[in-house]
Ligand binder design. Sequence first.
Ligand code: GYE
Length: 321
Amino acid sequence: MKKQICLFICIILLLSGCGRLETNDHVEPDSGQDSKNLIVVGLSQVGSESDWRLANTRSYRETFTEENGYYLIFEDAQQKQENQVKAIRNFILQEVDYIVLDAIAETGWDAVLTEAKEAGIPVILSDRFVQVEDDSLYTCWIGSDFEEQGRQAGKWLKDYLKKKGRDEEIINIVTLQGTLDSTAQIGRTEGFRQVLEEQKNWTMLEQQPGEFVQAKAKEVMEYFLKTYPDIDVVVCENDNMAFGAIDVMKEAGKSFGKKGGIIVISFDATDAALEAVKRGEINADFECNPLLGPLVDENIKKLEAGQEVEKIQYVDETYYD
Ligand code: GYE
């Protein structure tokens, strides 16, 4: 299936009017590379909405290099599913060897992934999952157990409140959700809900999407503070939204974190957020590993060698408090 890079470059030139192409900085093909048998990967990334996403993109860019046998076509969808569909269609026209998809939402992929299958291009789902009628539309999925992260967060809160002697108190919770219909949002919301359901004294006052983005989370947190004077816990479905919530609580003079007041729970455990945990601004942070490049690479290398790969692959994770 590997194509000659020269053919590939010709196709790119032909298609350059059809979509924005950002090629890997490490690979500047020239005539001397015509004979190089690079594996062409078309990668459709969600966007650059969070620190996690930037680390994830860095991991792919550092992995899919010419030295490692790849030519990477990287497309940033800027948080829009239609851009991802367009990117995949361009990858198909360019006859890439593999499509790697970090899907913005779980639904709405049947048609375009059927086109990829008909073109004989394997699709590897990375980070986010997709809901499709026919699971042969993707080769494998590699990512986090988001539901387990949500359950861990719920269990952590239960233990924490017990330690503080607050296990009988009424506990009012608000949630800053990620992009609705994304795997990280669905899993984290659901896992936390499972624990909440068993606690008679916990109330979810409201859940609102903050799109995994700090600025949007600020707007939602401002609304939460205005609407509910007695919030005990804010669950932030990623670190950037926790930063947004923290900004708003600071501006409003609300106490939060380890000092008492609103308990802050977050997900991702990026470096900046772990600093916030150390400062006592975030009470607990549930790790999500963004370094998926090497794992996708491993799978591609296996497929190239004609080996089978596991359909569903979870990465190992922990949490910090
Ligand atoms: O938590 C968030 C991001 O899908 C795991 O997407 C990813 C999530 C991550 O933008 O920060």
